[in-house]
Design a protein around this ligand. Structure first.
Ligand code: CMC
Length: 426
């Protein structure tokens, strides 16, 4: 697999060779595990922009061409032809399921949709105005105190049970975070329903009357979940791997991922985009002043929903979501003026040299809030929706890490720039 070699030569002419490891697609990585032994130096790469942290066969991004593959399948084909639960199976197991495999997987997920009754009490203990992400991160971490019977990380059956539990329980917990916040009774899952329909039922139904949602709304949510299911070594996935690398249990590791997702540079961007569009719409900001602020190096403001570490072209997920916005708003209604404003803002940035030179395009979060709003999901639940969909990606990476023969605790190095050694006074 390896045939390229790089040679590093120091000022005294001492050379060291480093082999390149190639993957199926994408640039090779110079293997530097023995760099310190050969040169006495480490590498320095803030933000890990040039560092491969693991070998993975789950998903692949070609940022130049705007391509995203899950287990080799392009995201647009999965969004069109697959279901979220089938994608979960694919991400976890590497191949699409046969009919029997899917039926078994579906019933295993359904077996685990309920949560321990004390988890309902646990959620009730949060203040009425707690942010749903605060409740989610705490509750998922707390799962490890309820499900001791699947915490032996060296046991493959335990690992699988925990993975299925997480995928099954996240919609229940996410809906409870919302219901607690709204003062609504918690609804039990209904295993006669599919994964997405069940979530919508737990979110929006009330015991006093019948509940029905449109199939268009359910399909839109399903596609949103497919688009958010995995995205290789992003900040939250890398956090899950790093937390898990110490041997932390899967619930604690996923809670760490949820915490990382929360920030506005990552999953919190969908909420920030709507706030930004709202302030253009309602508070006298214009597209021009907003773009000018984003370009001003003295202003920390960034155009939310734009730019990506890897995509230097359209984010393929953003393209699919923009199409979905057209369909959904046509059929269900929703915030059409906000969508029109988003389209206008996108056009203005595409024509602007600052954004062109830096290759900043709309990312998945730019349009996702508009869809979630049309589905009546409140804004403070947006990042929870992202976390619910991404749980399968996180746990797939956590499982893959436990199979990796090169797996060891993650422990980066540093350049120490503090005081030189000195004596304590007196
Ligand atoms: N608005 C204005 N300028 C930007 C933006 C933006 N959204 N994004 C990047 N830039 C500029 C940045 O100031 C820098 O300019 P210069 O070269 O003059 O210093 C240049 O573009 C490169 O930016 P960077 O900060 O080095 O890029 P990064 O790879 O470290 O950051 C990012 C990627 C996504 C954090 C960043 O683009 C950003 O903050 N975007 C807004 C938040 C957002 O939409 N996040 C969602 C990401 S996609 C979903 C997810 O991963 O959760």
């Amino acid at each position: 697999m390896t045939n390229r070699i790089f040679t590093l030569t120091d000022q005294d002419g001492k050379s060291s060779e480093f082999a390149v490891q190639e993957g199926t697609h994408g640039p090779g990585c110079i293997s530097i595990s023995d760099l310190y032994a050969k040169t006495g130096c480490f590498t320095y790469d803030p933000g890990f922009g040039a560092t491969g942290s693991c070998k993975s066969s789950i998903s692949f991004i070609n940022g130049e061409e705007g391509i995203l593959l899950h287990r080799g399948y392009p995201i647009d084909q999965l969004a069109e032809k697959s279901s979220y639960l089938e994608l979960c199976y694919l991400l976890l197991n590497g191949e699409l399921p046969s009919e029997t495999e899917f039926a078994e997987f579906d019933s295993s997920i359904k077996l685990h949709t309920m949560v321990h009754e004390n988890i309902r009490d646990f959620i009730n203990g949060f203040r009425y105005d707690a942010h749903p992400m605060a409740m989610l991160v705490g509750t998922v971490g707390a799962l490890s105190s309820f499900y001791h019977d699947s915490l032996d990380i060296s046991n493959p059956e335990h690992r699988q049970t925990s993975a299925h539990r997480l995928i099954a329980k996240l919609p229940t917990i996410a809906s409870y975070c919302y219901r607690h916040h709204r003062g609504l009774p918690f609804m039990y899952p209904d295993n006669n329903l599919g994964y997405v329909d069940n979530f919508m039922q737990m979110m929006f139904s009330v015991p006093a009357q019948d509940y029905k949602h449109s199939s268009t709304a359910a399909r839109a949510l399903e596609v949103m979940m497919i688009l958010h299911a995995d995205h290789e070594q992003n900040a939250s996935t890398s956090t899950v791997r790093l937390a898990g690398s110490s041997g932390a249990n899967p619930f604690a590791s996923i809670a760490a991922g949820i915490a990382s997702l929360w920030g506005p540079a990552h999953g919190g961007a969908n909420e920030a985009v709507i706030n930004m569009l709202d302030s253009i719409y309602n508070s006298g900001e214009t597209i021009e002043t907003t773009i000018a602020r984003a370009k001003d190096k003295n202003d920390p403001f960034r155009l939310m929903g734009f730019g990506h570490r890897v995509y230097k072209n359209f984010d393929p997920r953003a393209k699919i979501i923009a199409g979905l916005c057209h369909e959904l708003l046509d059929e269900l209604g929703g915030d059409q003026p906000m969508f029109d404003l988003a389209l206008e803002l996108e056009q203005a940035t595409l024509a602007d040299d600052y954004f062109k030179e830096r290759r900043l395009y709309p990312n998945v979060d730019f349009y996702s809030g508009i869809i979630l709003r049309a589905l009546n999901i409140p804004m403070n639940m947006f990042t929870v929706m992202f976390a619910m969909a991404r749980t399968v990606g996180w746990i797939s990476h956590w499982l893959e890490m436990h199979h990796d023969p090169e797996f060891r605790i993650g422990r980066p190095r540093q350049i120490y720039i503090g005081h030189a050694k000195r004596d304590y006074p007196g």
